[in-house]
Write a protein that binds this ligand. Structure first.
Ligand code: HEM
Length: 481
């Protein structure tokens, strides 16, 4: 995935760089770190420790694999790491100059974060839009019911992707972007899919500056095409809504209303262009991460029938067998919450938290963190570290019933939503969507593997990308309880 090169940079610095695989034995191989760099880094950190240095192409890279050093980066020294790594794909249509996910932690970033935190993903607007998500949940259950009647297996990842995309598109616009029937794939679903693929594609130009200008893999071109389509779509959705409110049609309960109110109140606070790039970020950051979380949770539930039974019992007892699960039920389902925590510990949808060093070199734990270096916090490794989690490879939600750890964990051991000032702003929405989907699938159906597959056979291989997918999609057969 990455290319490792020899570098003289170690000799130029006054301080000592963290240890790392230098000189790397097989210099010159582009696939040096394989298809799953998080796994390779985990292996290397067993030799070199929790603070590791690698030269990836021309990029100084620091890999962190302990909660203690994560805290140093994201809390103690967070001012020193205000940047993200900007890739050629994210430069398309100057997205990086507008994007809340890519801007440095300066005043424009703070403004957008404030809009997300206070006006979009706070309790009141999410409460107002919950009916829109409840309707989409009903659609998912109808689709699964059809599969159940026909004895067909459900591709859980795909069903969860359609559901989360529609959860997000309805929460934002009161519109569906996706369809369960793959034959009639909607255009926007496909474009979002393509955009995420191009964002995830390893790009030589990002590691070898001179190649960046040539765009040898056509990555920037593809990103421009997909973003252009999406932004044009957002433009027409916003136009239609503005027109509807001029004709004083009933006000919707979605987040576009909130955004339009902000932009009409004070143009300087939110221009049309900034609004469109923010919307783009929300789809890219929210759809896949949410559906991947659901797919891994369902995979572990099917592999662990005792956990599945216990969860089923909780949901059917607390919510009842016939009443649809609602967002307000989640707080009454502690075992469900423990299942989702355990699932994200072992299968974090994003294996790395990423930062970039601004300004001069910095010293941490007596090692130099070079200026401009990219920091990759390997939360995948932290979630599987036996010194933090006894029996890390065993799926035990119970560990969270006796242990005070939440997603805002001050000890930085469970951070699937990130941590510090850059923590995922969509977490309140993601939390609702993931718990609602898993609880409803379990409440309404019993689940089995396809004939011939046993829990022990399940393949847990991963596919690295914008989020860490299951390499072989989970197919499960629903039956009526
Ligand atoms: C289970 C689902 C999700 C997971 C696991 C997840 C995880 C993450 C992580 C790890 C980060 C980086 C945090 C950091 O650097 O410290 C992030 C950032 C972000 N997420 Fe999420 N996310 C999820 C769903 C969502 C949803 C539903 C939305 C919005 C609709 C969203 C919007 C964002 C945005 C805008 C950022 C960039 C924040 C910034 O750079 O300041 N995410 N998310």
């Amino acid at each position: 995935y990455f290319h490792l090169l020899n570098s003289n940079s170690r000799n130029k610095r006054s301080g000592k760089l963290p240890p790392g695989p230098y000189p790397f034995p097989i210099i010159g191989s582009i696939l040096q770190l394989g298809q799953n760099p998080h796994q390779k880094f985990t292996e290397l950190s067993k030799t070199y420790g929790p603070l590791m240095y690698l030269k990836l192409g021309s990029v100084d890279t620091i890999v962190v694999s302990s909660p203690e050093i994560t805290k140093e980066i994201l809390q103690t020294h967070d001012q020193a790491f205000p940047l993200r790594m900007i890739t050629a794909a994210t430069r398309a249509l100057d997205h990086h100059t507008e994007s809340v996910a890519l801007l440095p932690m300066g005043s424009q970033w703070r403004k957008l974060r404030k809009i997300c935190k206070e006006q979009m993903f706070s309790t009141q607007p999410l409460y107002a839009s919950q009916g829109l998500r409840q309707e989409k949940l009903q659609k998912l259950l109808q689709y699964v019911q059809e599969c159940c009647v026909n004895g067909r297996a459900v591709d859980i990842g795909h069903a969860a992707f359609v559901t989360s995309l529609n959860f997000i598109s309805n929460t934002l616009f009161s519109l569906d972007f996706a369809d369960y029937n793959t034959g009639s794939t909607q255009e926007l679903e496909e474009i979002i899919h393509r955009l995420m693929t191009v964002f995830a594609c390893p790009n030589l130009g990002d590691y070898f500056g001179f190649l960046g200008l040539l765009d040898p893999q056509g990555i920037k071109r593809e990103a421009e095409f997909c973003m252009g389509k999406l932004l044009a779509n957002f433009d027409s959705i916003i136009d239609q809504r503005a027109e509807a409110s001029r004709n004083s049609q009933a006000r919707k309960t979605d987040l576009l209303e909130v955004l339009l109110e902000i932009s009409q109140g004070n143009q300087a606070e939110l221009t049309r262009n900034t609004m469109k790039h923010l919307l783009l970020d929300l789809f890219v950051a929210g759809a896949d991460t949410t559906s991947v979380t659901v797919e891994w949770a369902m995979t572990e539930l099917l592999r662990n029938p005792q956990v599945m039974s216990k969860l089923k019992m909780e949901v059917r007892t607390v919510v009842g067998a016939n009443k649809q699960v609602e967002e307000s039920d989640i707080s009454k389902l502690p075992y469900l919450q423990a299942v989702i925590k355990e699932s994200t510990r072992y299968h974090p949808p994003g294996p790395f938290l990423m930062r970039r060093k601004d300004g001069d070199d910095l010293e941490i734990k007596n090692y130099v963190i070079p200026k401009n270096s990219v920091i990759l916090i390997n939360i995948w490794a932290i979630g599987r570290d036996p010194r933090i989690w006894p029996n890390p490879d065993s799926f035990e939600p119970e560990r969270f019933l006796n242990r005070e750890v939440d997603f805002k964990s001050h000890d930085f051991e469970l951070t699937p939503f990130g941590a510090g000032r850059r923590i995922c702003p969509g977490q309140p929405l993601a939390y609702r969507m993931v718990h609602l989907t898993v609880a409803s699938l379990i409440q309404n159906f019993d689940w089995e593997f396809e004939p011939g597959i046993t829990p022990q056979d399940v393949d847990l291989n991963e596919k690295f990308g914008v989020s860490l997918k299951k390499a072989i999609p989970l197919k499960a057969v629903p039956t009526k309880p």
